[in-house]
Design a protein around this ligand. Structure first.
Ligand code: FNR
Length: 197
């Protein structure tokens, strides 16, 4: 058996999906920091989902334009970066709704084989660990490729990341920088060995 190796040179376009719709989101600030610290081979655009209706399979035969646009944005990304809070020990409902829209109609799953990374911040001690596991479980079912190491559970303290995305604690800044280097490496490996739709 022969495995095809596909040349896919950087830069890679990363779709950023922030798991919070809040204007004051600490996860949005974290997403800004990650983009600032990332290696130049990664380029970013945000994939919004706040205007999606609630998913209803009755609409599978007549997908709303918002959902078609959302799926097109997901498909256009070389990789996806999820930056999300934990809601009640799970992933936030609006994010799950968006993922559901991206997964349907049956057989047209936009998440399949996408290289993904998951990270999140909360004021709680376990820094979104349980919420991330819920998200990972869904991404796993949808056949998204996931960077499993390093994990990143950010315990957010006041002022840790400025609105501008500047990280005020050098050790955290270095950790986040390394996280993005690893994500670049992971993305390059996935795109090299797994053909993309
Ligand atoms: C929370 N929060 C929270 N935090 C946590 O560590 N574990 C949890 O399960 C929850 N659950 C939860 C549910 C709901 C509905 C809300 C609104 C909040 C607190 C949460 O981490 C905090 O509000 C963060 O600031 C949310 O992230 P953003 O929106 O600032 O990015």
């Amino acid at each position: 058996m022969k495995i095809d190796i596909v040349e896919h040179e950087p830069p890679y376009r990363v779709g950023v999906i922030v798991g919070s719709l809040s204007r004051e989101s600490i996860n949005r600030r974290l997403a800004t920091a990650l983009q600032r610290l990332a290696p130049p081979e990664l380029e970013f655009f945000e994939i919004g989902y706040g205007d999606l209706p609630l998913y209803n399979r009755d609409l599978d035969s007549d997908y709303p334009q918002e959902a078609l646009d959302f799926k097109a944005a997901v498909r256009s990304a070389d990789a996806l970066l999820f930056v999300t809070p934990e809601y009640n020990r799970s992933l936030p409902g609006p994010l799950k709704n968006a993922i559901d829209w991206g997964s349907r109609p049956w057989g047209q799953n936009a998440w399949s084989d996408k290289p993904t990374a998951v990270i999140g911040a909360s004021a709680g001690q376990i820094g979104t660990a349980v919420g991330q596991q819920s998200l990972r479980s869904t991404l796993s079912f949808l056949n998204a490729r996931q960077m499993t190491s390093p994990e990143a559970y950010i315990h957010f303290t006041s002022g840790l990341v400025e609105d501008s995305g500047e990280v005020t604690v050098p050790e955290t800044e270095e950790f986040l920088r390394t996280f993005m280097v690893k994500f670049l490496e992971y993305t390059a490996r996935v795109l090299t060995v797994i053909p993309q739709a």
